[in-house]
Design a protein around this ligand. Structure first.
Ligand code: ZN
Length: 151
């Protein structure tokens, strides 16, 4: 099995059986993200405790890249501060843009191949941009953003 095949398996496994999938009642952050170019939609919910992400869930629909990227992201967020989560999103997006060569944690490395398909980049970054938007809106205005659209 080639590395590409292995990565395809990892992506499809997250798509078919997404991790941390569902609703999170009483979430501190709840935001919907959309990527109109592909029709990807997702809802991201986080609970915070002592400044760290204590629980995270997502739901949504769309292509395998968008949904598996969200599933992989939720695997990485628990226990992180919002600053750390924001930075991980930054690292992930630079990997997808082909700028970051360093190894990414968990299954995230499986999405590196998206670099070769510019049309799918927004699918891969949707969950991460949505997360970053929620965090930066809370920082700058203190209010909770409810929606983000990838353009
Ligand atoms: Zn997509």
């Amino acid at each position: 099995m080639s590395l590409d095949d292995l990565y395809r398996e990892v992506i499809l496994a997250h798509y078919k059986r997404p991790h941390n999938h569902g609703e999170l009642p009483g979430a501190d952050i709840a935001i919907e993200g959309k990527n109109p170019a592909c029709g990807d939609e997702l809802k991201l919910q986080l609970k915070l405790s002592e400044g760290k992400v204590s629980e995270v869930r997502f739901s949504g629909h769309g292509c395998a890249i968008s949904q598996s990227s969200a599933s992989m992201m939720t695997d990485q967020l628990k226990g992180k501060t919002l600053d750390e989560a924001f930075q991980l999103a930054e690292d992930f997006k630079s990997m997808i843009r082909g700028e970051r060569k360093a190894q990414m944690p968990g299954d995230l490395e499986a999405l590196r191949g998206v670099t070769k398909f510019p049309v799918r980049v927004k699918c891969a970054t949707l969950a991460w941009s949505t997360l970053q938007y929620a965090i930066s809106e809370q920082r700058t205005s203190g209010r909770l953003a409810t929606g983000y659209v990838e353009r």
